[in-house]
Ligand binder design. Structure first.
Ligand SMILES: [Zn+2]
Length: 229
C-alpha cells in the first residue's frame, strides 16, 4: 500500500491520533508525558500545573519535581556520590507560573521596564522549563553557585557524562544557544525518561532538533499499523 493510500485509509480516529501525537509540542497537550517543549516559542499557560509533584529526597533547596523525575534525581545523586565521592545538591526544581511571573516582574522593575535587559536574566512567565516539574538545577556541595564553573567540578563533569543513565539530558549545551534560545547552562538537567535520554544523548543534539524526527517516527509507525490491518 502506498503512503498516500495509507493516509487515505486512515480512519477519522486514526487521523485524530496522528494529530494529537504531532501536537504534543506543548505540555498542555501532553501533561503526563516527557517529550514536549517549553521554551520562548512554546509557552505553558497560566493554568498549567503538573499532574503531581513531590519533594526529591536529596540535599538542597526547591526540591519539588514530578514523582518520576524526583525518583530519577535521587538515583542520580546516589550514583554520583558512589562513583566520585562528590555530593550533588538541588538548587532549583519546580517553579509555578505565578512565582516565575513575580520574579520576572521584579526584574523588569529593577531594569526600569527594559524588556530585553530583563529577559537576559529571567525567563518570562510560561517560558521556563522549570514550570514543568521535570527540571533540576544541580550544584555540587561546597560549590552551589549556578555558573559556568559547575562545568569543571567533578560533579559537573560526571553529570554531563552520566545524566542520560537516569533519564536526564543536559538541556542547554555550549553552541546550542541559537536553537534553544538559552545560554550555556551546565547545571540545568531535564528529565525525559531513560529510553529517550539514551537516544538523545547518542544523537548529541538539542531537544528542539531531536523531537521532529521522533514525531515523524511515531507517525510512520501509526501509518504502518494502519496499513497492516
Ligand atoms: Zn534551570
Amino acid at each position: 500500500m502506498s503512503l498516500l493510500q495509507s493516509l487515505l485509509s486512515l480512519s477519522a480516529a486514526g487521523l485524530l491520533m496522528v494529530t494529537s501525537t504531532l501536537n504534543t509540542a506543548a505540555p498542555q497537550h501532553d501533561a503526563e508525558g516527557y517529550l514536549f517543549l517549553v521554551n520562548r516559542q512554546w509557552m505553558v499557560s497560566e493554568a498549567f500545573v503538573p499532574a503531581s509533584l513531590r519533594e526529591a529526597e536529596v540535599p538542597g533547596s526547591v526540591r519539588r519535581l514530578r514523582p518520576e523525575a524526583a525518583a530519577a534525581l535521587e538515583e542520580m545523586f546516589a550514583a554520583c556520590l558512589e562513583e566520585t565521592g562528590k555530593t550533588l545538591i538541588s538548587v532549583s526544581g519546580y517553579r509555578s507560573y505565578g512565582s516565575q511571573k513575580n520574579i520576572y516582574a521584579r526584574k523588569l522593575k529593577n531594569v526600569h521596564g527594559d524588556v530585553a535587559k530583563a529577559q537576559e536574566y529571567v525567563a518570562p512567565p510560561g517560558t521556563s522549563e522549570h514550570n514543568t516539574g521535570l527540571v533540576m538545577d544541580v550544584g555540587q556541595k561546597n560549590n552551589p553557585h549556578l555558573n559556568e564553573r559547575f562545568r569543571d567540578t567533578e560533579g559537573g563533569i560526571w553529570c554531563r557524562e552520566n545524566c542520560w543513565r537516569f533519564g536526564f539530558i543536559l538541556r542547554y549545551d555550549e553552541g546550542w544557544e541559537d536553537i534553544t534560545g538559552y545560554s550555556f547552562e551546565p547545571w540545568h538537567f531535564r528529565y525525559v525518561g531513560k529510553e529517550n535520554a539514551k537516544r538523545i544523548h547518542e544523537a548529541n543534539v538539542p531537544l528542539e532538533s531531536w523531537l521532529p524526527g521522533y514525531r515523524a517516527e511515531i507517525m510512520l509507525d501509526l501509518l504502518k499499523g494502519t496499513a497492516d490491518e
